[in-house]
Design a binder for this molecule. Structure first.
Ligand code: ADP
Length: 170
């Protein structure tokens, strides 16, 4: 089923987004120009260590950071990404590619998703060179040790981190 010119083009951008970085936001900004609707799907990755933000907090940050784009929405992702995409009538899954190290895992994921549902295509966007070394995990570590992360994340993430710090002291 090739999307005809009249068909609404819907894409899902799945990830943990724990915390939202300028790298993620750049992929969202570029994707929302390519598709009629972009659903940013926030999941809990079982292979990742204890999350910093709850899914609800991550959705709040995403909604604040993407407010200017009316075709972007942020939703919790449960279950399989391809099933979530199909339920949202999405024909595309967006992933960002940074270095070679992303490639093997991303290819495995894309091939598996294609096996599970051949109607849904994964589209890779190359990271902006400015964000190539930006990852949520590294930024979380720098923040936990008191480092300045302002240049790597949107203002909405900074505000959410400030709320986290206040929760810790109170
Ligand atoms: P992370 O790998 O930072 O924990 P996620 O699991 O939330 O991020 O990743 C969601 C998607 O965003 C993945 O496709 C990942 O490759 C992509 N991504 C993450 N960081 C960047 C970045 N700095 N530039 C481009 N894409 C990125």
């Amino acid at each position: 089923m090739a999307p005809s010119s009249g068909q609404t083009r819907i894409a899902v951008y799945p990830g943990s987004f724990d915390l939202l970085t300028n790298g993620h936001l750049d992929i969202i900004r570029r994707s929302q120009k390519l598709f009629d609707r972009l659903v940013v799907a926030v999941g809990n990755n079982a292979t990742k260590a204890a999350p910093l933000f709850t899914v609800g907090e991550r959705l709040d940050v995403l909604r604040e950071a993407t407010r200017e784009w009316s075709n972007v929405e942020a939703v919790e992702l449960r279950g399989l990404t391809v099933e979530f995409a199909a339920a949202n009538r999405a024909q595309f899954i967006i992933r960002g590619l940074r270095a070679i190290s992303d490639y093997e895992f991303e290819l495995q994921l894309a091939l598996m998703n294609h096996k599970l549902n051949t109607e849904i295509e994964t589209i890779f966007l190359a990271a902006d060179p400015a964000n190539i070394f930006v990852s949520s995990r590294v930024i979380r570590d720098v923040w936990r040790h008191g480092g300045d992360i302002a240049e790597f994340v949107p203002a909405a993430t900074i505000r959410a981190l400030e709320r986290k710090s206040e929760q810790k002291v109170s």
